[in-house]
Design a protein around this ligand. Structure first.
Ligand code: URA
Length: 488
């Protein structure tokens, strides 16, 4: 009997491939999730089983058939089912999955049929895991913490029946932009530092503990984001004089982290802890070279002129022909725009599309952009709700609108709502009521001010909705009739 200890689907897959190649039948393999697993009273425990490095004897195939003893080839769909079923909490899951691929390799295609006992079990496992993922997407509730301690801003506790935390964490990493968070479960926790996911110790034992874990959470966070390859101990010391360290939560761990960085982690840590993170390959560089001094962001996606980038998935640039005659300026990307990286693709975009069509304006003939290029939101339950950008954020982002105006040189700018108007006029006190009646000239081009499409969606009754919508359509029709502003 062979014993295989696997802690993840990848480890199981590699072990299973090797076993299939050697023709080892399922009944000759004992699968365990850790060294401690297994029946203490059985004669097939670690000592009685194979010692490390021992080659298993090639065993006869089950049912007395020929051992497959060949390279394992599985269709992608089956591989995906196995990966899902591997998240099902059952002591015998690795053994069961091995039995499935063993039978598949013998040519028993029934093994993935719902009419087969193993096939039915496989489907049931996959279904239960997918349901659990779905439930976790729907029912994880982040609680916002005080921001001043620098630890994750949102914390959630969840007790999943199956081991779906990694894929659920990837889902939330895509949805929550750069906002930092932790999801803790009874067996594990995951931390998102705004750019990367990290495994973290499970600090909580229940949702009630969230209030009490502040300091431990902060230390976990601090350890996870500490990159020994970028350590500049002098700089760190000069920023945090050591007399203050004793009162700082990280004071207790920073000296140890500095000394392990100095003792080699500076080189190896990067390829180890940091190298495990997703993204670009890591190369050891000095702190100075890793963070070149930049006066201003050169491109929109590097923009750090205000704080909105932190919680957004990405910056959303304008789209449209480079020499469009009409430019439409909205307020800021919404939830869908933030995820897709395109302006006006969500519900407000649907209203705008309808209005453009009714006014006879082709969407792909106009340049569509926003006054603010990052999504500003607040979490309500699991929904990211739009938050109106502050004037300082509109002003900070104005440089990008200027760049678009200079490049596209539209003859007409349609300001959709008050935020757009303030940005186009570079006047934080501009109001819609003073300019909505008629187009006017500003800085050598026509400006048409109309309601924002989401104003239509929020209108309290059908009449107000229709009125607001007609103002937008009329403004767009008007824009179509305007040409270059004549001088003199
Ligand atoms: N609202 C906006 O102002 N812009 C978008 O891109 C989407 C919704």
């Amino acid at each position: 009997m062979m014993r295989k200890v696997v802690r993840s689907f990848d480890e199981w897959r590699d072990a299973a491939r090797a076993l299939i190649a050697q023709g080892v039948a399922p009944e000759y393999v004992e699968w365990a999730a850790s060294e401690d697993d297994g029946d203490l009273f059985s004669a097939t425990g670690t000592s009685a089983g194979t010692s490390a490095g021992a080659q298993p004897a090639v065993q006869p195939a089950h049912d007395g058939g020929a051992a497959p003893a060949k390279e394992l080839r599985l269709p992608r769909e089956l591989m995906e089912m196995l990966a899902s079923a591997a998240c099902f909490s059952a002591a015998d899951r690795w053994a069961f999955l091995y039995k499935v691929i063993w039978r598949w390799q013998l040519g028993e295609r029934d093994v993935i049929s719902a009419a087969d006992a193993d096939g039915a079990r496989l489907y049931a496992m996959v279904k239960a895991v997918r349901r659990e993922e779905h439930d976790m997407h729907a029912y994880v509730r982040f609680r916002e913490r005080k921001e001043e301690d620098g630890a994750p801003r949102f914390v959630a506790w969840f007790e999943p029946t199956h081991e779906v935390l990694p894929q659920v964490a990837r889902h939330f990493a895509r949805r929550m932009g750069n906002a930092t968070w932790m999801i803790a479960t009874p067996g594990a926790a995951v931390l998102w530092d705004g750019e990367h996911l990290h495994d973290a110790p499970a600090l909580m034992r229940s949702a009630a503990d969230i209030e009490d874990v502040g300091e431990a959470l902060w230390l976990t966070y601090y350890r996870s984001i500490f990159n020994p390859a970028r350590l500049n101990a002098d700089l760190l010391r000069s920023h945090i004089p050591s007399r203050f360290w004793k009162n700082l939560p990280e004071g207790a761990i920073v000296p140890a982290m500095i000394s392990s960085a100095a003792n080699g982690e500076r080189r190896t840590g990067q390829t180890g802890a940091v190298g495990r993170r997703g993204g670009a390959t890591t190369i050891a560089v000095t702190a100075e070279r890793a963070q070149p001094r930049r006066e201003q962001p050169a491109t929109l996606d590097q923009c750090r002129r205000c704080e909105l980038w932190r919680n957004a998935t990405q910056a959303v640039p304008g789209v449209g022909p480079d020499k469009a005659r009409i430019m439409l300026v909205g307020e800021q990307p919404g939830d869908q725009e933030d995820l897709q990286g395109l302006p006006f693709v969500g519900p407000a975009g649907a209203v705008l599309d309808r209005a453009l069509a009714e006014a006879g304006v082709e969407r792909d003939q106009v340049y569509l952009t926003n006054a603010v290029k990052h999504f500003k939101w607040e979490l309500r339950g699991k929904r990211r709700l739009h938050k109106t950008p502050a004037q300082r954020e509109v002003a900070a982002c104005h440089v990008w609108l200027e760049e678009e105006l200079a490049r596209v040189r539209p003859e007409v700018v349609v300001a959709l709502g008050a935020t757009a108007l303030k940005s186009v006029l570079r006047d934080g006190s501009a109001t819609m009521s003073s300019v909505m009646d008629a187009p006017f000239v500003h800085e050598g081009r026509w400006v048409v001010a109309v309601y924002h499409p989401s104003f239509v969606l929020r209108a309290r009754d059908e009449d107000s909705r229709q009125q607001a919508y007609e103002v937008i359509v009329a403004g767009l029709r008007h824009a179509l009739t305007l040409g270059p502003v004549r001088s003199g």
